[in-house]
Design a binder for this molecule. Structure first.
Ligand SMILES: Nc1nc2c(ncn2[C@@H]2O[C@H](COP(=O)(O)OP(=O)(O)OP(=O)(O)O)[C@@H](O)[C@H]2O)c(=O)[nH]1
Length: 229
């Protein structure tokens, strides 16, 4: 069991991360125009922490698996259409015994990344239960994305890409397979979420609506670990 501790205080959750913050803000030397909260959800060991570390630091946390205790978060600022968008990304513990802790944080999240492991069938089968939880605890208009992680482990795959696509279609949510190990589609997943949230927050009545599904389809497989524009 890890020594990682729940580090998100009430004060931190309220610090410059309200839904539509549009003035320029500085937080620990990071300037941003608008801020959103994103939560990573899914069974234990599907790779939530690794996806976050890959996105934030461009590295892979290999070696011994250390389960997250409670909830933790990291910030990353990305550029979307000349705006600096800060994503405050909450990494939750997948283990059942921490569920009541994480439920309390759903309400403030504007987006949820729901992960399963393509080499672990139960983690995929549990996605329906995760979706039920999100409907119970999250905001009605929360943006949800389904991610099939560990796509680098082709030999151990037990969940077909088409099964992920089918489930995502059933729930009307965007889907892609990712690998925290190789970086495939990791930046794309977060960037698509940032774009969707930014467009929702700044949308003008006569502007065409941002189509997250179309954006993802046009960008899939282009993104490795770095450099997606
Ligand atoms: N091959 C491969 N291994 C991965 C990938 N992502 C995560 N792992 C491994 O899977 C294990 C679990 O990863 P974590 O990121 O700690 O899982 P988690 O979902 O945060 O787990 P909890 O904290 O218990 O909720 C670790 O041993 C990682 O090295 C991936 O994309 N490919």
């Amino acid at each position: 069991m890890s020594t990682r501790k729940a580090s998100l205080t009430d004060k931190q959750t309220k610090n410059g991360t309200s839904k539509y913050v549009l003035e320029r803000c500085a937080s620990v030397n990071e300037y941003y125009d608008i801020a959103f909260k994103v939560m990573l959800l899914g069974d234990s060991a599907v790779g939530k922490t690794c996806i976050l570390v890959r996105f934030k630091d461009g590295a892979f946390l290999g070696g011994n698996f250390i389960a997250t205790v409670g909830i933790d978060f990291r910030n990353k600022v990305v550029d979307v259409d000349n705006l600096k968008v800060k994503l405050q990304i909450w990494d939750t513990a997948g283990q059942e015994r921490f569920r009541s802790v994480t439920h309390a944080y759903y309400r403030d999240a504007q987006a949820l990344l729901l992960l399963y492991d393509i080499t672990n069938k139960p983690s995929f089968e549990n996605i329906r239960a995760w979706l039920t939880e999100t409907h119970e605890y999250a905001q009605k208009d929360v943006v949800i994305m389904l991610l099939g992680n560990k796509s680098d482990m082709a030999a151990e795959r037990v969940v077909k890409t088409e099964e992920g696509e089918k489930l995502a279609k059933e729930y009307g949510v965007p889907f892609m397979e990712t690998s925290a190990k190789t970086g495939v589609n990791v930046e794309l997943a977060f960037l698509a979420i940032a774009k969707e949230l930014k467009h929702r927050a700044t949308e003008q009545p006569n502007e065409p609506k941002f189509q997250i599904h179309d954006y993802i389809e046009s960008q899939k497989h282009k993104s490795g670990c770095c450099g997606l524009k």
